[in-house]
Design a protein around this ligand. Structure first.
Ligand code: F6P
Length: 363
């Protein structure tokens, strides 16, 4: 193996650069493999190609730098690539352009760092084109099937925990109900962990529908016991029993999902009139995806990045690095593509939350 390409796909998260660093240092230092960084996910191999050389020297400082030096895009899947034709957005299969550029650049294959969507694309390239590739699972959502954790998740939890800690003090000063909305799409991992870590009184996640009446009852019960403030940590995908998720919808004539006012805002509106206490909400948004990775994530990134290189050298193509019971393993991408890992309602963290008085949706 002489030369590999590295790309980052999907939404960014803390730790992407730390993985890039680990891959380059291991590939260059241990195996004398040249590394090329592909810019803006698969886009860099569709047009262009758009690539940058990644030397050992270039990795200096990357361990703690947020974002991705390679850039990323949501334009997505080269097998159904979105292009604008006049007023319309149509999908074209540009996968052959990717294969042609891989050949032109004399890449032995790709290390693909991405979330569920990127892994699904990687799976198509492996299945249909036999492109040699190894995947590394990233996302703050922690929702990739087959791995106990994704890098970026721990950092997002720390950010959300810090945010709730800050809301706690102002909630106490003003005797208010404070709602914090976390990201996570349809998975409640961030809200579950951050809510538990920061002692939220109510935690609402997509996997367990909640009842508005029970939330109101919780606030009333707290106030009857002298607690004049309440903290609610709600995951963006959470919904009331029988209700619809409200966070992201496709706006007509647009390829992009747009935030149209989330669950925190709706909850705040619903609570007004039902409780005496004032209510305020905060949507944490992309702050969860920015900035430096935690020490834990930096270590996970280094483990996963180096494991990806070893797997590549051993010829374990079509596989993704996974963390299982704190051991690094390689699992076939085919097995995980198209699946997500949601919070299991029997999760012991949920039990611990309920055991310590948290309202966590109806039991
Ligand atoms: O998948 C990561 C994530 O941050 C989700 O938690 C969130 O719903 C989504 O991406 C936001 O996407 P965008 O950056 O396109 O608004």
């Amino acid at each position: 193996i002489k030369r590999i390409g590295i790309l980052t796909g999907g939404g960014d998260c803390p730790g992407l650069n730390a993985v890039i660093r680990a891959v380059v240092r291991c590939a260059v230092g241990r195996y004398h493999i040249e590394c090329l960084g592909v810019l803006d996910s698969f886009d860099g191999l569709i047009e262009g190609p758009a690539i940058i050389p990644l030397s050992w020297h270039r990795t200096k400082g990357l361990l703690f730098q947020g974002g991705t030096i390679l850039g990323s895009t949501n334009r997505g899947d080269p097998f159904a690539y979105k292009v604008r034709v006049g007023e319309q957005i149509v999908e074209e299969d540009r996968s052959e352009a990717v294969m042609a550029n891989v050949e032109k650049l004399e890449l032995d294959g790709l290390i693909i760092i991405g979330g569920d969507g990127t892994m699904a694309i990687a799976n198509k390239f492996w299945q249909r084109k036999r492109l040699k590739l190894v995947g590394v699972p990233k996302t703050i959502d922690n929702d990739i099937w087959g791995t106990d954790e994704t890098f970026g998740f721990h950092s997002a939890v720390e950010i959300a925990t810090d945010a709730i800690d800050r809301l706690q003090t102002t909630a106490t000063s003003h005797h208010r109900v404070m709602i914090l909305e976390t990201m996570g799409r349809n998975a409640g991992w961030i809200a579950l962990h951050a809510g538990l870590a920061s002692g939220a009184d109510v935690i609402l996640i997509p996997e367990i529908p909640f009842s508005l009446g029970a939330v109101v009852a919780k606030i009333m019960e707290r106030s009857s016991r002298g607690s004049r403030s309440t903290i609610i940590c709600v995951s963006e995908g959470a919904a009331p029993i029988g209700g619809k998720q409200v966070t992201r919808e496709l706006v007509p004539d647009s390829a992009e999902p747009v935030r149209l006012g989330g669950i925190a805002e709706r909850l705040c509106r619903e609570l007004k009139g039902r409780i005496q206490t004032e209510c305020r909400y905060t949507v944490l948004g992309h702050i969860q995806r920015g900035g430096i990775p935690t020490g834990y994530d930096r270590i996970l990134c280094t483990r996963m990045g180096t494991a990806a290189v070893h797997a590549f050298v051993e010829g374990q193509f079509g596989k993704m690095v996974a963390l299982r019971k704190n051991e690094i393993e390689m699992i076939p991408i085919t097995e995980i593509a198209g699946k997500n890992r949601f919070v299991d309602t029997g999760n012991d963290l949920i039990r611990a939350a309920r055991d310590t008085g948290v309202y966590f949706g109806d039991e």
